[in-house]
Design a protein around this ligand. Sequence first.
Ligand SMILES: *Cc1c(COP(=O)(O)O)cnc(C)c1O
Length: 360
Amino acid sequence: MARVYNFSAGPAALPEEVLKQAAEEMLDWQGSGMSVMEMSHRGKAFVSIASQAEADLRELLAVPDNYKVLFLQGGATGQFAAIPMNLARGKDTADYVVNGSWGKKAVKEAGKYLPNVRVAAQPDSFTVAPDPAGWDLNAGAAYVHYTPNETIEGVEFHAVPDVGDVPLVADMSSTILSRPIDVSKYGVIYAGAQKNIGPSGLVMVIVREDLMGQATADCPTVLDWKAQADADSMLNTPPCYAWYICGLVFQWLKRQGGLAGMAEINKRKSDKLYAAIEASDGFYTNPVQPGSRSWMNVPFVLRDDALDEAFLSQAKAAGLETLKGHRSVGGMRASIYNAMPEAGVDALIDFMQEFARKQG
Ligand SMILES: *Cc1c(COP(=O)(O)O)cnc(C)c1O
């Protein structure tokens, strides 16, 4: 068996230890005689898996007691719609900060449910996280939505913006669990699992309790946070197997020293990759302003894009996969989430240096 270093942006690599444990437990989960995939979500075994996962997540992120943690379906994209429907609370306007492709999609979807969606900040090019001091915020907004890490452009906010009393909503799909955060600064945090949590098919939503229970009358019940919280995310059949794998990832994260431990590793991994790009004398470049560079998604272009195909095929031959950039921006992108070992980043850097050297 030869596993590759998989730099996919999502669905992304999972920790090998987690996959091995899942394989061992595949046919018979802890003496139950069945796979987690085959269990009733109402049974004692699965309920224990689900509640352990929630407890571990709460511990990792230090989630305060007045927040609910939901494990839902529909991905982050489902939440693009759920957010205006749950948070409008009689208002017709919300502020969106757009610093990349996902933020743009979030605004578009919100516009179906709120007549007055405002763009509070949007840089001309998605190469910088716009300074919160310059956001054009409306004190009457139902909420402020932003994307702490834009997965496609590799643009990340490295501090939490202060938006006063208006609830701050964060699409953390590609940065959650990469470092400790202060959950109490947010009204709502949500993240599709397939980047930095677990398998696709699950979206995690962390909501402050006072923001629940006011969904619009036509909000689908499965998207109503209060209805889901009251049912422990089991209003209907939840994504059971994905939830179980997320739980194994949470336990793995605890073994790595929790999020403080991950932050150290993630900073080191991204610092060395950016440093290698900088040191290439323009052979490779990253367009993002240094203070806004992502720890998780590192896009870069080759000086001569005629070399892209050779770069990708030689990388693949060296066991480095899925480095092609998003079709909208081209070039390359290395996604280096929690599950990418530092040795994988080292192997990528070695390969990049060798490739550049061979071109002369
Ligand atoms: C991947 C991604 C999404 C979309 O997630 P789905 O689960 O496919 O809906 C949304 N926002 C960000 C920041 C992402 O990285």
